[in-house]
Write a protein that binds this ligand. Structure first.
Ligand code: AMP
Length: 220
């Protein structure tokens, strides 16, 4: 088995970050921790917290740093992540979250931060065309739909548009990304942890670039 890794994926929403994070998690045999997926699971339980999170997410806003840091702190202290590491996807999204993550990982620091770079006009088109399986979360597109109507090829679940994938919500998310998350590229660059990866091209080509970035970083 390969060595584990503690890796953060940065990048605009719709840059293919989620799909590539899943592949990296399989490659390094570590959990894929997506804060968006964790929040969507909370929404599905219908708790008061879930309802609040849903209204923030549907509007394309950010859930508070305090709540997000609490969720991630608990998850990064679970046995599976402390033993082999993780691929963290969707967190940190603000400088306050990045500073909190430094504290959480003080004993087991991050190995690398990958920034998947895709221009804004490309992601806007990709996200508004994105469709996801309601049951397993597998991602499709209007240009690459499931084989059988809008039913998932993997588990037959209904394939739909995410409620926060409307043009207005996506624009808001991209603006928030520019204001809150983009500064993290410099934050991790200053710490010598950042590798930029071109996110354009086939998923296979992008994945190969991500692995290459990890291996060259580890040789330094
Ligand atoms: P994602 O699946 O990563 O696009 O996340 C979906 C939504 O969940 C985001 O638009 C935010 O509303 C919320 N969310 C996910 N991760 C975070 C985070 N680290 N901080 C604040 N909000 C988050």
């Amino acid at each position: 088995m390969t060595d584990g890794i503690r890796l953060v994926m940065l990048g605009r929403q719709g840059a293919g970050k989620g799909t590539q994070a899943v592949r990296l998690a399989q490659h390094f045999v570590v959990p894929h921790i997506s804060t968006g997926d964790m929040l969507r699971a909370a929404v599905a339980t219908g708790t008061e917290f879930g309802l609040k999170a849903k209204s923030v997410m549907d509007g394309g806003g950010l859930v508070s740093d305090e709540i997000m840091v609490g969720i991630v702190d608990e998850r990064l202290n679970a046995d599976d992540t402390t033993s082999r590491g993780y691929i963290l996807d969707g967190f940190p999204r603000t400088e306050a979250q990045a500073l909190a993550l430094e504290k959480i990982t003080a004993d087991r620091p991050l190995d690398i931060v990958l920034n998947l770079e895709v221009p804004e006009d490309v992601v806007l088109e990709r996200i508004t065309k994105r469709r996801v399986c309601k049951t397993c979360g597998h991602i499709y597109s209007v240009d690459a739909p499931p084989k059988n109507g809008w039913l998932c090829d993997i588990d037959g679940g209904e394939v739909v548009q995410r409620e926060d994938d409307t043009v207005e919500a996506v624009r808001k998310r991209l603006d928030l990304y520019a204001a809150e998350t983009l500064p993290l590229v410099a934050f991790y660059g200053d710490r010598g942890l950042l590798r930029e990866v071109d996110g354009l091209g086939t998923p296979e080509a992008v994945f190969a670039r991500l692995l290459e970035a990890v291996s060259t970083h580890q040789q330094v």
